[in-house]
Design a protein. Structure first.
Length: 202
């Protein structure tokens, strides 16, 4: 799996790049993991409902073809886009979701943070608060989109929405849990853990 650090980029540009990559790939294309941050943006998934948005505060809202509902992306949040050939690796979508969730849980465990996944609402939670969100799209057996993990960010924009359609859901980040971690450290540590997890799923 090729890991790419793309820095801080606009969502729309990354979105179009993911779609193009997936449309053009073939059975020999190497899987890629894109690690990046986005400028402030709300993204609305295929199941999104307008009533989960209270006030955008001039932050753009972009519709995306991933699963799930509305969420927020901004600087200080680790985005991991997983361009993976599920068919070639012989793993299903549910396994891929679990792999992402377990990667975050393992990542947090290294800091003695106990986290859980929920069967009714994909993502990762600490003491009932959400620290990571995920949504995938699968075409021709290959997935894209992926995961957002809150590292050290302004969480205020989450209060303008029902994050992932969950009413009164409190969002947290690593900093609010007392863990000082740079984005570079987060990218390096998460990518190693995710690579190990997905290999075990094959």
């Amino acid at each position: 799996m090729l890991v790419k650090d793309l820095g801080l980029v606009d969502f729309q540009a990354s979105y179009e790049k993911m779609q193009k990559f997936t449309a053009q790939r073939d059975e020999n294309t190497v899987d890629e993991l894109w690690l990046l941050e986005h400028n402030p943006v709300f993204t609305q998934g295929l199941n999104g409902k307008a009533n989960h948005i209270f006030d955008t505060q001039h932050i753009p809202v972009v519709e995306a073809d991933r699963g799930g509902q509305i969420t927020y992306h901004g600087p200080g949040q680790l985005i991991a886009y997983t361009l993976i050939d599920l068919k070639r690796r012989k793993i299903g979508v549910r396994h891929m979701v679990s792999c992402l969730e377990q990667s975050v849980i393992h990542f947090l465990h290294t800091f003695d943070i106990h986290a859980q996944a929920r069967s009714d609402a994909p993502g990762v939670y600490v003491d009932g608060c959400k620290i990571a969100s995920l949504g995938l799209r699968v075409k021709r057996g290959c997935c894209y989109h992926g995961l957002s993990l809150n590292i050290d960010m302004d969480l205020t924009p989450f209060s303008y929405i029902n994050p992932c359609g969950l009413q009164d859901m409190e969002m947290i980040d690593l900093k609010s849990l007392g863990i000082p971690l740079t984005m570079e450290e987060a990218k390096q540590q998460f990518s190693v853990i995710f690579d190990e997890k997905i290999r075990k799923r094959e």
